[in-house]
Design a protein. Structure first.
Ligand SMILES: [Zn+2]
Length: 260
C-alpha cells in the first residue's frame, strides 16, 4: 500500500493512488462533506458506459457510490420474447448486478417511461429529492448539451433531459430551500453539490485513468445481458474505445467545480 493511506483498511487507498494526476476533488470531512458520489443516468447501462470505472475506483477508495436510473428501460430490446414488464424487471436486475460488481452500494429507479422522458417539474423534483436525500459531494451524469457527440453518435433525448434536469437540480433547486419546499417540510435539507462530472461531452476537461479497473468495467457492462453480447468482438470494441494514445484506458468527463 502506498504511503498516506488510512491504516488498517483494505479500501484505504487515497484518490492520488487510484486516479493519478487528474484526480477528482476530495471532500472536506471536517466541514461535514461526505465521500459520496451520485451517478444519475437515463437508462439501465448508461451509468456503466459513462462512469463504471470511476465508480469502481471511488468505491475502492471507500466512497459510497449510489446509482439513480431515471427511466425503466422498457424500450431497450427488439426481442419479441420480452414484454415491457419482463424487460423492466430484467434490466433492473442487470443494473443491480452490474452495480454489485463495481462496489456501487445502491441503485434506485425513478420509473419514468423509457423513450418518453420530458423535462418536467416531476422529473426535476424527483432528482432534487435524490440529491437532498443522499447529499453527494460529486454528481455524475450525461452532458445535456450535445445533440450529436463527436460527430459519431446521436445523444438520446432521454440522456439530454436527464442530464439537464440533473444539472438544474444541483443548481439551484437542491441547494435552495424555497425550491420544492414540500421536501423541506418532510425533513429533507437543502444540499450543495461541490462537483459535477458530465460524460458524453464533446469538450472533456478531465480524464480518469481507469486502466486498473477496466476489466471490472467490462464485467459490469456484460452484466446487462439483455443489451450486450458476451463476445470477443464487443469486448475488443469497448477496450479500443476507451484507450488513449499511451495505451491507458480512460473515462472522459466535463468537470465543473462549484463554489461553496
Ligand atoms: Zn441510454
Amino acid at each position: 500500500m502506498a504511503a498516506g493511506c488510512v491504516s488498517g483498511g483494505a479500501m484505504a487507498s487515497g484518490l492520488e493512488d487510484l486516479f493519478g494526476k487528474e484526480r477528482p476533488g476530495d471532500p472536506d470531512e471536517a466541514a461535514g462533506e461526505r465521500r459520496r458520489a451520485l451517478v444519475i443516468a437515463a437508462h439501465p447501462d448508461d451509468a456503466d458506459f459513462g462512469a463504471a470505472g470511476t465508480a469502481a475506483l471511488l468505491a475502492r477508495a471507500g466512497w459510497h457510490v449510489r446509482y439513480v436510473v431515471a427511466t425503466d428501460g422498457s424500450k431497450g430490446s427488439d426481442d419479441p420474447a420480452y414484454t415491457p414488464e419482463r424487460l423492466v424487471a430484467a434490466r433492473e436486475q442487470e443494473q443491480r448486478d452490474a452495480a454489485a460488481i463495481l462496489g456501487v452500494r445502491d441503485v434506485r429507479f425513478l420509473g419514468f417511461t423509457d423513450g418518453e422522458l420530458t423535462y418536467s417539474r416531476e422529473l426535476l423534483g424527483a432528482i432534487t429529492r435524490e440529491i437532498r436525500d443522499f447529499k453527494p459531494f460529486a454528481v455524475y451524469t450525461h452532458d445535456p448539451e450535445p445533440v450529436i457527440i463527436r460527430d459519431s453518435f446521436v445523444n438520446h433525448s432521454d440522456h439530454r433531459i436527464t442530464g439537464l434536469a440533473t444539472v438544474d437540480a444541483v443548481y439551484p433547486t437542491a441547494r435552495d430551500r424555497l425550491n420544492f419546499p414540500e421536501q423541506i417540510a418532510e425533513g429533507l435539507e437543502p444540499h450543495k453539490v461541490r462537483e459535477i462530472y458530465l460524460w458524453g461531452a464533446n469538450e472533456p476537461n478531465f480524464r480518469a485513468d481507469i486502466t486498473e479497473v477496466v476489466e471490472t468495467k467490462i464485467a459490469a457492462l456484460l452484466a446487462h445481458t439483455s443489451q450486450f453480447p458476451d463476445d470477443r468482438e464487443f469486448i475488443e470494441m469497448m477496450r479500443l474505445r476507451w484507450k488513449d494514445a499511451e495505451g491507458r484506458s480512460r473515462e472522459e468527463f466535463r468537470r465543473i467545480v462549484l463554489f461553496r
